[in-house]
Ligand binder design. Structure first.
Ligand code: ZN
Ligand code: FE
Length: 276
């Protein structure tokens, strides 16, 4: 690391440009609504509230005002709480321009930046799971974080409901090129089933086996496996490892489709996972 970067990091440490806390609110079947608080401990922001009840419960319990909602894409398990929460506290609702979402008050798109509790968030367009999907990344801060909805999962990625493999690979590359230490907050607890697939697709990956054991342990203790980190995903998530010869060898035995390019490998992996 060069001196300028070290000084820059020190400066950020001094000013503590970061969120006060980020906690999961378990919701619906296997969703997490991420709850972010400001430094003063007075305001609350949530990401993808599929259900209003646990959000209101948390706000009341902690005496916080729900001031912001971030939305990544239109699916009901990410937006189902919007109508009730808007009535509850009139929060700012920041999300993509999409005719399938009602209640966004501030539209954002790829490349936009805005501040939440003093932390700059950059919007990253990540179509593939849906066409309107966006992610929110805090990059210029002490502890970088990424809220990526159903695009990048711990050990996996979202299904291609509206996009195609090329589009989703490009979206995943944008996310995987973020700083290694970036904490990854996705919306579902799918990690163990993702890693079961990952192990089948990438059987000789030792880091993956170690991860599977570690995540299994967390689930045994009833703890979330999230957040992950970009580094951990690069090392163990098959959808970010489309040049891995071990994965390509396994796929070759299963499919006749060409596997010449990383996008073709990605497509073959995704359709295998769809039926796994
Ligand atoms: Zn979704
Ligand atoms: Fe979802």
């Amino acid at each position: 690391m060069n001196l300028v970067k070290i000084l820059d990091l020190r400066l950020k440490e001094l000013h503590k440009v970061m969120f006060n806390s980020i906690h999961p609110i378990p919701a619906l079947q296997d969703n997490y609504i991420w709850a972010i608080t400001n430094q003063q401990g007075t305001e609350l922001a949530v990401v993808d509230p599929g259900d209003p009840a646990p959000v209101i419960q948390l706000a009341e319990q902690l005496g916080l005002r729900l001031s912001h909602i971030l939305i990544t894409h239109h699916h009901k398990d990410h937006t189902g709480g919007l109508a009730s929460l808007e009535k509850y506290s009139r929060p700012k609702v920041i999300g993509p321009r999409s005719n399938k979402i009602r209640g966004i008050t501030e539209y954002v798109a790829d490349g936009d930046t805005f501040h939440l509790f003093g932390v700059e968030l950059t919007v990253i367009g990540v179509p593939g799971h849906t066409l309107d999907h966006i992610a929110f990344a805090a990059m210029n801060c002490t502890k970088p974080v990424l809220f990526c909805g159903d695009t990048l999962f711990a050990g996996g990625c979202g299904r291609l409901f509206e996009g195609h493999p090329q589009m989703m690979s490009e979206s995943l590359s944008k996310l995987s090129s973020l700083d290694d230490h970036t904490k990854v907050y996705c919306t579902h607890e799918y990690t163990l089933s993702n890693l079961a697939f990952a192990t089948a697709a990438n059987p000789n990956n030792k880091m993956l086996r170690a991860r599977l054991a570690a995540e299994q342990e967390k689930r045994n203790l009833g703890r979330p496996t999230l957040p992950s980190t970009i580094r951990l995903e690069l090392d163990t998530n098959p959808f970010l490892r489309c040049k891995d010869v071990d994965i390509i060898e396994v796929l070759k035995k299963r499919t006749e489709v060409p596997l010449e390019t990383p996008v073709e490998v990605f497509g073959a992996l995704r359709s295998w996972k769809d039926n796994f």
